[in-house]
Design a protein around this ligand. Sequence first.
Ligand code: ADP
Ligand code: ADP
Length: 229
Amino acid sequence: SPVFRARKLSKTYRMGEVEVHALRDVDLDIIEGEFVVLLGPSGSGKSTLLNILGGLDSPTSGDAQWRDHQLVGAGDAELTRYRREHVGFVFQFYNLIPSLTVLENVQLVTEIADRPLDPLEVLKLVGLERRIDHFPSQLSGGEQQRVAVARAIVKSPDVLLCDEPTGALDYETGKVVLAAIARANEQLGTTTIVITHNAAIAGMADRVLRLGGGRIVGETRNPRRLSAE
Ligand code: ADP
Ligand code: ADP
């Protein structure tokens, strides 16, 4: 059975006289451990969909479930708990704490997590074992983003949601960050959804969903990854 199940998910913003349809009747199932990429032009609804699945936003109508938890209509306290216990987020900007080292930035999360992983192991997974005592300002953008990935996965979330993690990075650097996310998905089995424009992702994901005008307008499965299951 799917981990995420969305049915007729719609989100409409009313701006005075104008209605903006951010999502229109989206149906989506995502299975445990799947690595899904959302592609599509700016304004096509990618962030809105990701935010609803992450319990950061709610739709105007429709239904979304994570396992047997309703995400639509859940109260703030319930959604906060869902995010804290089950979801790791990575955004375009890294938001690391500048006065803490790489290791300390990641360790901080383990103090409030129920079942944290070893920060050193996680930093190794993203290829930063030689940077643990550096401060964020001493790192490149790609390295800082890999710290943000480590920070998101060290609490061993069930779901990793990344909204344009490569948005501030050049193509090659973005590819390294995506490879670190793909490795985390593979080794930890974390269900992963990534919004990115970086074309290198096509070969790393199980499935690429293309959004347009608030709908899913295309879907590609990666046979290499599927056959490896
Ligand atoms: P994407 O992530 O694909 O760029 P979004 O999900 O951010 O798309 O946005 C989808 C549509 O919803 C866009 O037309 C956007 O302008 C609109 N939108 C998003 N958030 C708001 C908001 N808070 N108020 C009004 N319109 C919004
Ligand atoms: P807290 O009480 O710890 O602030 P939140 O519910 O605000 O709890 O946050 C839970 C998780 O969701 C955190 O990992 C946080 O980074 C993320 N989060 C919540 N709201 C936003 C937001 N608007 N933008 C980015 N991340 C957010």
